[in-house]
Design a protein around this ligand. Structure first.
Ligand code: FAD
Length: 496
């Protein structure tokens, strides 16, 4: 049952509490689900379930698992601070939520909606189970500016092109102001449930513990998110419109994992950037551009809602006939490890491996390289990103890979092939981004850093670079590969 607008009142006397089931909304602030439970007048008990038992949903990737563990620890600590009992359990959501509701004596269960079909199917099954036991279910939108089904074409159907989508979304008025973060005085504590330690979920790597570099870069959890938002408003938002394509600058918000796990809400960000503008910390153009990027996230969810197989099937069916190469293991390995011989591609893939995050411009470059230069199916790359990104997202990852492949809605045309050398020169003009992640090239001057194979012998010697020894030769010739990709596309066009 959807009920954002319906006041919640309790008429039952035999049951006594409200159960809040946290999922991808791991925060207390601007959480409509939690606020509704707390204002219901019922004592409240909170729960998180790590469900690796229900068959169907895609298992979280390794980097996301690490993030989730940290974010849960942070949420647990925050719940304790406001006196809200919080338990973590592991198992099938359908069984676990019903059991927890029974134990807590819950007359109502509250949760935030999820939008990928496999997860919303689970939610529907849980709702059925609870309803059969007389437990009321209330669900809310805690992660999008607009519900994916609310924005419609004039004909009532889905919008497949971003600009009209975003125009239509913007005619629906300003997103509501964020809700305040609940305080201790707002909580009537419900029963404390037994649960498992977060460490016992086995979400974090042990042998080897590869997460050291993630720990250095990130502080997951709502407190870390609030600090990161403030830092972005003070240091990153001004100039965002101009600099957001520059991987060598700290010019974007890095909010993606926070949005993915719901440590921050899009409407908090929507309103925060306006506040920053009023305080003179950004221009209207910066604010507009940033909000448009939030719009791309909304659009991805709109697509996922209308096309649930977005991560596995070509949005444009004609791409089903695309003649992908069987992936050459050595090419795939070189791409994953950042050893392709193209410096901007290698810097990107190493940034991804060490930090779990990658700049948007570089995501496009490395994706184009895999799909078009190596002719490897976009789903192969989508899968690697799913495993290695801390922000791996059901909607954004699939929609973006299909965008680069040309198989998606409102996608880049397949014939637009990113030239990794020119992209590097344009968006990392001094080579600082490459130097940060490909240290073996750090002594090369800016002029040659994006094309070491062209550098004169004495420059290479002075920089200590020997191709094929200290740094790889390019694994493909970009111009040959580009022609091969265009020929494959021409075949597809002829066939469709
Ligand atoms: P900012 O520029 O600060 O933007 C603010 C927010 O807007 C982001 O956090 C994100 O939620 C949203 N956003 C920005 N750009 C896009 C975009 N192009 N599409 C959709 N939403 C966007 N984003 C993910 O969140 N998860 C993914 O798994 C993911 N996979 C991608 C795969 C490929 C091949 C490509 C090309 C892009 C992918 N993106 C993904 C989109 C985008 O690259 C990231 O959202 C962005 O780089 C995150 O950095 P940021 O938070 O600093 O972005």
């Amino acid at each position: 049952m959807r009920s954002d607008t319906k006041p919640i009142t309790s008429h039952l006397t035999s049951r006594r509490s409200a159960l809040v089931w946290f999922r991808d909304d791991l925060r207390l602030g601007d959480n409509p689900t939690l606020t509704a439970a707390l204002t219901s007048g019922l004592p409240v008990t909170a729960l998180y379930i790590f469900d690796d038992a229900t068959p169907g949903p895609r298992a979280l990737g390794a980097a996301s698992r690490w993030w989730l563990a940290q974010s849960l620890k942070s949420l647990a600590a925050d719940c304790t601070k406001i006196g809200l009992p919080f338990a973590v359990r592991r198992g099938s959501a359908k069984t676990m939520v019903a059991e927890a509701a029974e134990e807590a004596g819950a007359e109502a269960a509250f949760w935030s909606r999820r939008y990928s079909a496999d997860l919303s199917n689970i939610d529907a099954a849980v709702e059925e189970e609870l309803s059969a036991k007389g437990v009321r279910v209330e669900s809310f939108n805690a992660s999008l500016l607009r519900e994916p089904w609310e924005v419609k074409a004039k004909t009532g159907g889905p919008l497949k092109v971003f600009s009209p989508y975003w125009r239509a979304a913007n005619t629906m008025g300003e997103p509501a102001a964020p809700l305040p973060r609940p305080k201790k005085a707002d909580v009537i504590a419900g029963p404390t449930l037994g649960g498992v330690e977060i460490e016992a979920l086995g979400l974090e790597p042990t042998t080897p513990d590869w997460a050291g570099s993630l720990r250095e870069v990130w502080t997951p959890g709502e407190t870390g998110a609030v600090e990161a938002v403030e830092r972005f408003l003070e240091e990153g938002l001004k100039g965002y419109a101009e600099n957001r394509d520059r991987p060598d600058m700290e010019a974007t918000s890095r909010m993606s994992p926070r949005l993915r796990f719901g440590e921050v809400s899009p409407r908090q960000l929507w309103h925060a950037v306006e506040r920053a503008k009023e305080e003179g910390m950004a221009t209207s153009r910066d604010v507009e551009k940033f909000r448009t990027e939030l719009g791309w996230r909304e659009f991805s969810y709109h697509l996922l809602h209308h096309f649930p197989d977005l991560s596995t099937r070509n949005f444009q069916e004609r791409f089903d006939a695309f003649p992908w190469s069987p992936p050459k293991p050595e090419h795939r390995r070189a791409w994953r490890k950042g050893l392709t011989g193209y410096p901007i591609v290698d810097a990107g893939m190493r940034q991804l491996w060490t930090t779990g995050w990658l700049h948007n411009r570089v995501r496009m470059i490395v994706a184009s390289f895999l799909i078009k230069d190596l002719l490897i199916d976009w789903r192969d790359g989508e899968d690697w990103f799913w495993d290695t990104l801390v922000d791996a997202d059901h909607a954004n990852n699939a929609a973006s890979w299909q965008w680069v492949a040309g198989s998606g809605a409102d996608a880049a045309p397949y014939f637009r092939v990113f030239n990794p050398t020119l992209q590097g020169q344009k968006f990392d003009p001094n080579g600082d981004y490459v130097r940060a992640f490909v240290p073996e090239l750090s002594k090369l001057p800016a002029k040659w850093i994006h094309m070491p194979w062209e550098a004169p012998g004495e420059v290479m010697r002075a920089a200590g670079v020997t191709l094929g020894k200290t740094y790889p030769e390019p694994i493909v010739d970009h111009y040959v590969a580009r022609d091969r990709a265009l020929a494959a596309f021409a075949k597809l066009k002829a066939a469709s």
